[in-house]
Design a protein around this ligand. Structure first.
Ligand code: NAP
Ligand code: GDD
Length: 322
């Protein structure tokens, strides 16, 4: 009998890549998707017939209980969240409810149904925030800087607590930024690659950005979902930091993206106060040595390759819209 996995957030960037990966690995894949008035299934349309979708919301315990029961999974990958940092300042209580308490609800649904189910929590480098260490490892102290980061930190400790209190196989993956052509269009890399493509074909005149000096450790989502899967295949549950170990500025991202379409980024990028954050995380850079050693995981795509891939996909999309 094949292994069964339930993915929350299956309609998101990571959910779609993880579903593809697990299908290739021979899993029967279930996904929790919330009800929406128009389809939110664009990213999984190509594999839709191979998936078992269940409706539910992370704010609604009965729907989560029902989803766990219906999927009867061996592994749960909990990726569902309100994941856009600026919006978490606008909607702090929804963020706390969905991103924070939603994790407790999933853990409870599993504990009640079958505490042997393995659980992955989608943790984030945003929990490090104003980190005291130049490179952040599992030993670095946490200092989140947004309602999103605070909610994820709550979820992180809940996951540790269910592991310690109930003996559950509950694992935190602390993942640094990861992107792809499927990234939401408001996140900075995709905002830049899409704008470069649209400017190149004459559909946009300029690109307004916030803090160009922010540094992030950016990898490719396709690589990072493999680390999630590996984490649940270990003998014992543990917590892992996953990143490339390199960081780059938003400015460098713009340079590469505009270079890919043969344009000078300075001619099109304007700094706009509107995109500065109430509290910024200036720089994040992973120390992923433990994940590399224990999981034998390596990123395969460089930052430069990823941004160019995203620009090319955005160019193809704008051209096909014509
Ligand atoms: P994403 O594209 O924003 O996807 C988020 C998913 O959560 C979507 O499927 C969304 O559904 C779902 N969701 C939101 N609110 C929900 C609710 N109330 N009930 C049920 N589902 C809900 O995020 P991602 O980039 O794939 O990231 C996946 C996870 O990893 C998130 O938890 C994120 O916080 C975390 N993470 C991401 C990164 C990164 O760089 N990408 C790094 C570290 C951690 P809709 O499609 O209906 O909106
Ligand atoms: N979104 C956005 N838009 N960010 C901008 C802009 C802009 O116009 N201009 C500059 N930035 C800067 C932000 O201030 C931030 O420092 C950096 O670009 C990255 O912003 P995002 O791409 O929005 O990602 P994030 O780092 O805040 O959060 C993402 O990564 C986290 C992991 O560290 C999200 O995917 C989170 O869900 C994830 O946990």
């Amino acid at each position: 009998m094949s292994d069964r996995a339930l993915i929350t957030g299956i309609t998101g960037q990571d959910g779609s890549y993880l579903a593809e990966h697990l299908l290739r690995e021979g899993y029967e894949v279930y996904g929790l998707a919330r009800w929406t008035s128009t389809s939110n299934e664009d990213r999984i349309e190509h594999i839709r017939d191979d998936l078992n979708l269940l409706t539910g919301d992370l704010a609604d315990q009965p729907s989560l209980d029902r989803a766990v029961e219906a999927a009867d999974p061996d592994e749960v990958y909990h990726l569902g969240a309100l994941s856009f940092v600026p919006e978490s300042f606008t909607q702090p209580t929804v963020t706390s409810n969905v991103t924070g308490l939603g994790t407790t609800r999933m853990l409870e649904a599993i504990r009640k149904y079958d505490p042997e189910i393995r659980f992955y929590q989608a943790g984030t480098s945003e929990m490090f925030g104003n980190a005291p260490d130049e490179r952040q490892s599992i030993d670095t102290g946490f200092y989140p800087r947004s309602p999103y980061g605070v909610s994820k930190l709550y979820a992180h400790w809940m996951t540790v607590n269910y592991r310690e209190a109930h003996g559950m196989y509950a694992t935190n993956g602390i993942l640094f930024n990861h992107e792809s052509p499927r990234r939401g269009t408001q996140f900075v890399t995709r905002k830049i690659t899409r704008a470069a493509a649209r400017i190149a074909v004459g559909e946009q005149d300029e690109l307004r950005l916030g803090n160009l000096n922010a540094k992030r450790d950016w990898g490719h989502a396709r690589d990072y979902v493999k680390a999630m899967h590996l984490m649940l295949q270990q003998d014992e549950p543990d917590d892992y930091v996953v990143g490339t170990g390199e960081h780059h500025t938003v400015r460098e991202c713009a340079q590469i993206a505009f270079d890919e379409v043969g344009l000078e980024w300075e001619e099109y990028v304007k700094v706009d106060e509107k995109f500065f954050r109430a509290a910024e995380v200036d720089a994040l850079q992973a120390d992923p040595s433990r994940a590399k050693r224990k999981l034998e995981w390596e990123p395969t795509t460089t930052f430069d390759e990823m941004i160019r891939e995203m620009v090319q996909k955005d160019l193809a999309a704008v051209r096909s819209d014509d």
